[in-house]
Design a protein around this ligand. Structure first.
Ligand code: AMP
Ligand code: ZN
Ligand code: FE
Length: 299
C-alpha cells in the first residue's frame, strides 16, 4: 500500500511533517509523499528523513492552478531539479493568498463575526495560509457546526465570504514543475465539475500539455469514477497516482493510507512513477543548474 497525497502543518494539515512520515512508516506503507499546498520548503528535510529511515518518502507539492475557469490542483513529485523559479512563483502566490485572506476576513466581519486577520495569521503560523485555517477558527469560535459548515456557509465557492485566489494556468504549472524536476499528476480530477465530454476534452488538453499522470485512486470516488479514471489513464497514457488527501483533524474522517477505510493505493503504481522520475530528472538536469545533480542521486 502507498499514499501519495498527504498534508501537514506546512499548509492546511494539523500534523507536523515528521509525525505524518513516522505514521506512514509505522503503517508499513511502501511509498508516501508529502504534498503541501504551494510550498516546497521541506524538500531537503524529507530527502534526509528518507535516507536516514531507508524509506521511499517523496517530497512533493500540490500546486494551485486554474483550468477552464476552475481551480485544479496539480501534484508534483520528487522535485529533483532547481527550485529557484518555482519558489519565486510560489512567493507570488503567497502574496495573493494574503490579499484574499484580508478580503475574506473583512467580509466575515461585515457579517458580524468576531474574527481578525491577526488571529488567522497566528493560526497558520509559517504555513501556506488557506481557507481551512479560517474554517478551523470559525469552528473554535463556535460560529459554525463543522469545517464543512464553514465552507457551505462562508468559505466555499457559493459561500457568503468567498473570494477566489491567485492561481497560475495549469499548462504553466506543468512546465514549472517539470523544470523543477517533478513528475506531475492532476489531483482528484473526479472532484472537478465537468460533464463527461468536458472531462474527456480536458484529459486530451492535459496530455497535449505534457501532464504525466492523474490521481486515479482517491477516497471520495465512486466505483464508476475509479473505473473511469483507470480507463482514461490507459487511453491517454497517463500514470496513475493515488492518495488519501490526509489533513489530520481538518478532515477527521480521512486516515493515512486507508482514507475513509476502504482506500487501497496499490504498490505497483510506484515502478512507473520512478521510471518517469528518471526521465524528468534528466531533462531538468539538462536545463537546470548543476546543483540538481545532488538530489537526483539522493534516494
Ligand atoms: P485554499 O487553498 O485556501 O483555496 O483552500 C483549499 C482547501 O480547502 C482544499 O484543499 C480543501 O481541503 C478545502 N476545501 C475547499 N473547498 C471545500 C469545501 N467546499 N468543503 C470542505 N473543504 C473545502
Ligand atoms: Zn489541503
Ligand atoms: Fe487538493
Amino acid at each position: 500500500m502507498i499514499d501519495l497525497q498527504l498534508h501537514t502543518t506546512d499548509s492546511d494539515g494539523t500534523w507536523p511533517w515528521v509525525r505524518v512520515l513516522d505514521a506512514c512508516l509505522a503503517m508499513g506503507l511502501k511509498a508516501f509523499a508529502i504534498t503541501d499546498h504551494d510550498t516546497v520548503r521541506r524538500r531537503a528535510e524529507i530527502i534526509e528523513w528518507a535516507r536516514s529511515h531507508g524509506a521511499l518518502a517523496i517530497p512533493g507539492i500540490e500546486l494551485s492552478t486554474h483550468d477552464r475557469g476552475q481551480t485544479v490542483h496539480l501534484l508534483g513529485y520528487f522535485l529533483d531539479g532547481p527550485l529557484k523559479k518555482l519558489e519565486s512563483k510560489l512567493a507570488f502566490l503567497l502574496l495573493g493568498r494574503a490579499d484574499r485572506n484580508g478580503l475574506i476576513i473583512r467580509r466575515l466581519q461585515e457579517l458580524g463575526i468576531d474574527i481578525t486577520e491577526e488571529e488567522v495569521r497566528k493560526a497558520a503560523g509559517e504555513a501556506t495560509m488557506g481557507r481551512p485555517h479560517i474554517a478551523r477558527l470559525l469552528l473554535e469560535k463556535k460560529c459554525v457546526k463543522s469545517m464543512q459548515d464553514a465552507f457551505d456557509r462562508y468559505l466555499g465557492i457559493t459561500g457568503s465570504a468567498y473570494f477566489p485566489k491567485e492561481e497560475i494556468p495549469l499548462r504553466e504549472g506543468i512546465d514549472l514543475l517539470h523544470e523543477a524536476g517533478a513528475v506531475t499528476s492532476v489531483a482528484h480530477p473526479g472532484l472537478l465539475k465537468r460533464t463527461p465530454e468536458e472531462m474527456q476534452a480536458s484529459l486530451e488538453d492535459w496530455r497535449n500539455w505534457g501532464l504525466d499522470g492523474i490521481e486515479a485512486v482517491y477516497p471520495m470516488y465512486s466505483a464508476e469514477q475509479s473505473a473511469l479514471f483507470a480507463r482514461s489513464a490507459a487511453k491517454y497514457g497517463f500514470l496513475m497516482t493515488g492518495g488519501s488527501d490526509f489533513h489530520g483533524d481538518n478532515k477527521p474522517h480521512i486516515k493515512i493510507g486507508v482514507g475513509t477505510g476502504s482506500l487501497h493505493v496499490p504498490d505497483d503504481l510506484i515502478e512507473p512513477l520512478l521510471k518517469k522520475r528518471e526521465e524528468i530528472a534528466r531533462a531538468a538536469r539538462v536545463h537546470g543548474e548543476p546543483e540538481s545533480l545532488a538530489t537526483i542521486s539522493a534516494r
